[in-house]
Design a protein around this ligand. Sequence first.
Ligand code: TYD
Ligand code: MG
Length: 452
Amino acid sequence: MARARSVWRCQSCGATAPKWFGRCSDCGEFGTYVEEVVTQTATVGGRAVSSGAAATRVPLGEVGLTGERRVSTGIGEVDRVLGGGLVHGSLVLLGGEPGIGKSTLLLQVAAGLARSDQRVLYVCGEESPAQVGMRARRTDSSAEGIELVPETDISAVERAVRDEPPGLLVVDSVQTAYDPELAGAPGSVGQVRATTARLMRIAKDLGVTTVLVGHVTKEGAIAGPRVLEHMVDTVLYFEGDRDHAFRVVRAVKNRFGPISEIGIFEMGERGLSPVGDAAALLLGERERAVPGSVVMAAMEGSRPLLVEVQALVTPSYLQVPRRLATGLDTARLLQVIAVLERRAGLAFSAHDVYVSIAGGVRVAEPAVDLPLAVALASALADRAVPLEVAAFGEVALTGAIRPVSHGETRSKEAARQGLTTIVASLPLSVTLPPGARRSAVSTVADLAGLLG
Ligand code: TYD
Ligand code: MG
């Protein structure tokens, strides 16, 4: 027999305790414990004993090999991130900071699906139907086939879905949806977990494809701790700098596809538009050669992407000079500075160093080392790198430049954008496009030769 029992859960970190405590022993927050009712199954020796029938067994060899059914969202960049469209009956979580454009993207996705005759149920717990209506008009999204459900009670949402299962269910957002039978305010860890588990069940039971919006806190976690990521099939993050038009959708978990692909968008007056030629958008502002700036030929998934790496080196008035990296890992910056000091004889010890990737993009691959070294050397010497240079490569602790993957694709993209001097370690088998040439740089000690 199942019986009800209470546990106390910390609403900040998700830790549980058998009784109420004033302070969480895990995260140290005060007054965060809230009672939750759990239904417990009778146990014998710690193991659950069930009174029902035995679980069904399915021989693996007899499981259908039909593959998953996918529907296109009508937006190529979103389909690409998902691995070819939304998988039928899957649960997708779209995370991102407030105001980044999650609702806008999902409304456009909803309109795309509705165009291919899928009925869409859009639960707008955060906004009134009038607000969503205004956004639809602003983005020119056709309202045909989309129904709004201004509701925060998850039971009411479940009834609406079970009455007439839609092709796509959008819940905007998981922080506003709540279960009135559970303790805890909407948005608390317990509530967010319970609602997600419930939506997962609905998605799997009825085969309803579901997209969940989750706001991300400053620390980058969805609803406090990353309590939801393991519960859903796919986690997408919507990133970008709110001060820039550039937005990137990235998969960080995908049970049905790759996690290396990104979708690139531009936020404009009429919603989000896919960016086909991201390079042109990102490099648009470079008109003349300035010290401290160089283009990196980066890879995002299977796609090359040209980004501008910028460095600023100024005399420091601090005891410990400042090192600040935006859009890339600070540890990489520290290591590259160390290599330049030791292997190229450059001295940064009396300087503050700021580096950033222009356009609000993030670069995580080791290939950023070399462009970083070029930008730093250029900034320190106050001599510009010629505009036609593109760099990529890992820098070893010895100062040598190491080859990275996709050298040919990177070089081609650079040359296509008029960057014809390739600073990299390229295998001899790589043929460069006509007009492009390899630079003679092979260690960081050669970088001075590159500067104008
Ligand atoms: P929104 O989708 O509401 O963000 P989220 O759901 O992630 O909180 O979009 C927020 C921002 O986007 C808002 O500041 C206004 C801007 N925006 C545009 O610039 N153009 C548009 O066409 C739309 C709909 C929004
Ligand atoms: Mg929103």
